[in-house]
Design a protein around this ligand. Structure first.
Ligand code: PEP
Ligand code: MG
Length: 574
């Protein structure tokens, strides 16, 4: 019997493959007396060898796919397993106390973790995380359970998981992972955003996929509608294969627009830019004909590794992006860590409300060494193309002024040292916090541009966590409250001769696009795969008509009313 689940369509497309459930095995152990010490030790030794072999394979694969930098963590894990201090202490405990290997391993590893964690040294703290990770792997083998690593998947699957962290998503191999489905998360959670940039169909927030989806059953993921079908019937399979083929056809039609100008029916140009996470995304940027980069989320440079990236590494990445964009604008956002993006090696205290906490510019203004390193890399890269700098999560003018003053200090010191730095870098801010939208008039006098981050602006305006599927109904981009804030920002920038872009997911939404065009948005920045559909839609719209549509929408009472209004408007433009 087939079974249907509904979630949130997070990345467009249809995937059909076998289910692969990503689960964390139960690794609880009890102390048990043993009689056969040799058997216990040989089980432990075998588990150790298997773990080493697995890590060698993962290390080689990661190095090949993602580079030496990312493979480093697995080298560190292998080192832990060759450390006699740890391994012999475990063996001795088994022999001396006649206890099971699983218990000895867990106890000894925990002692080491506690010691390393209490050291006042970043490097040693990282070793604690390595020991925790690697001892879990060995423990799973001692217990006869298996731990799966995403990098090890080598057949076509649809991944089912409670959630995927952004770093899990970064490890996905597109060749084998055809789609993914999660229990939690929303359209703007970062794993969803990454799925779009990797063009992997995904449905998130199904609440119960990991309960319902058995390993190995056939799964259909419809990322267009947000539906998932387990054990589909022949009829359903045929229907979705057809839908998949139709979608591929549609993509071919859109592809014809790749070198076209973005123009409305009445001849107005707006800029269609792409959001990227790493220089690797540049392929998608080119294939989809982006006119610039409206948001480079630099935090991915800091993730999936064991220490901060150096100024040189950052410089290389930024320089590569601006050079490859060949004079087209590239808006690079300074580090936005926190919320659902963690950096374990910074060892920040756990927070009750991470999205309301110590994130993005707040962290950078306190940890100024991290901030200054990034700013220097950005300033140096500015000499190689059209680079703009943007600060995230600005809540007050003081924060903006402080960030800008630090940037200015770094610029001066580079210039004094004779380093080439562009002298016309535009400096802008993201508008993600309602206080900033409300104060846009004052900000507009001091910033060069705004980019509206609706993923956060909506979560903060509606007080609805963007990761929580229980309140995802409050993610309402068409709510007149949101439209009013967007209008305030655009109008304020234009009054000062500045420009406003939008880099939240709303910018690529086909119901929002006519409204944003009508409100006067200058730049739309979105997942690269949304660019061609947006260009095709804009060509069918008239800016004048969109303006009256937006004015009318602002007088509506609810998001649903606005949606109905836009849908009937679009029906007449077809
Ligand atoms: C946003 O908040 O809309 C945004 C683009 O930033 P991020 O999704 O990375 O928080
Ligand atoms: Mg944001």
């Amino acid at each position: 019997m087939s079974q249907q689940l509904t979630g949130i369509g997070a990345s467009a497309g249809i995937a059909i493959a076998k289910a692969f459930r990503l689960e964390n095995p139960d690794l609880s152990v009890e102390r048990q007396p043993i009689t056969d010490v040799d058997a216990e030790l040989s089980n432990f030794n075998a588990a150790l060898e298997t773990s080493k072999k697995e890590l060698e394979v993962i290390r080689a694969k990661t190095k090949q796919d993602l580079g030496e930098e990312h493979a480093e963590i697995f080298s560190a894990h292998l080192l832990v397993l060759s450390d006699p201090e740890l391994v012999d202490t475990i063996r001795n405990k088994v022999k001396d106390e006649n206890v099971n290997a699983a218990f000895s391993l867990k106890e000894v590893a925990q002692q080491f973790i506690t010691i390393f964690e209490s050291m006042d040294n970043e490097y040693m703290k990282e070793r604690a995380a390595d020991i925790r990770d690697v001892s879990q792997r060995v423990l799973a083998h001692v217990l006869g359970k298996s731990i799966v690593s995403l990098a090890e998947i080598n057949e076509e699957v649809v991944l089912l998981a409670e959630d995927l962290t952004p770093s899990d998503t970064a490890q996905l191999n597109k060749q084998f992972v055809k789609g993914f489905v999660t229990d939690i998360g929303g359209r703007t959670s970062h794993s969803a955003i990454m799925a779009r940039s990797m063009e992997i169909p995904a449905v998130v927030g199904t609440k119960s996929i990991t309960e319902q989806g058995e390993n190995g059953v056939t799964v259909i993921v419809d990322g267009l509608e947000g539906t998932v079908i387990l054990n589909p019937s022949e009829g359903e399979l045929a229907f979705y294969r057809q839908k998949q083929a139709d979608y591929e056809e549609q993509k071919k039609e859109w592809a014809k627009l790749v070198n076209e100008q973005t123009k409305t029916q009445d001849g107005h140009h707006v800029e269609l830019a792409a959001n990227i996470g790493t220089p690797n995304d540049l392929v998608g940027v080119k294939n989809n004909g982006a006119e610039g980069i409206g948001l480079y989320r630099t935090e991915f440079l800091y993730m999936d590794r064991t220490k901060l990236p150096t100024e040189e590494e950052q410089f290389d990445a930024y320089k590569k992006v601006v050079e490859e964009m060949n004079g087209k604008p590239v808006v690079i956002r300074t580090l936005d860590i926190g919320g659902d993006k963690e950096l374990p090696y910074l060892d920040l205290p756990k927070e009750m409300n991470p999205f309301l906490g110590f994130r993005a510019i707040r962290l950078c203004l306190e940890k100024t060494d991290i901030f200054r390193t990034q700013l220097r890399a950005l300033l140096r890269a500015s000499a190689f193309g059209n680079l703009k700098i943007m600060f995230p999560m600005i809540a007050t003018l003081q924060e903006y002024r402080e960030a800008k003053a630090i940037l200015e200090e770094e610029r001066q010191s580079l210039v004094n040292a004779g380093t080439e730095v562009s002298n016309d870098i535009e400096i802008g801010i993201m508008v993600e916090i309602p206080s900033t939208a409300v104060m846009a008039r004052q900000f507009a006098k001091e910033v060069d541009f705004f980019s509206i981050g609706t993923n956060d602006l909506i979560q903060y305006t509606m007080a609805a966590d963007r990761m929580n599927e229980k309140v995802s109904y409050l993610y309402q981009p068409y709510n007149p409250a949101i439209l009013t804030l967007v209008k305030m920002v655009i109008d304020a920038s234009h009054a000062e001769g500045k420009w406003t872009g939008m880099c939240g997911e709303m910018a690529g939404d086909n119901i929002a696009i006519p409204l944003l065009l009508g409100l006067g948005l200058d730049e739309f920045s979105m997942s690269a795969t949304s660019i061609l559909p947006a260009r095709s839609q804009l060509a069918s719209l008239s800016k004048e008509a969109a303006k009256s549509l937006a004015e009318q929408a602002l007088t509506m009472n609810t998001a649903d009313e606005v949606k109905d209004l836009v849908e009937s408007f679009l029906a007449t433009t077809k």
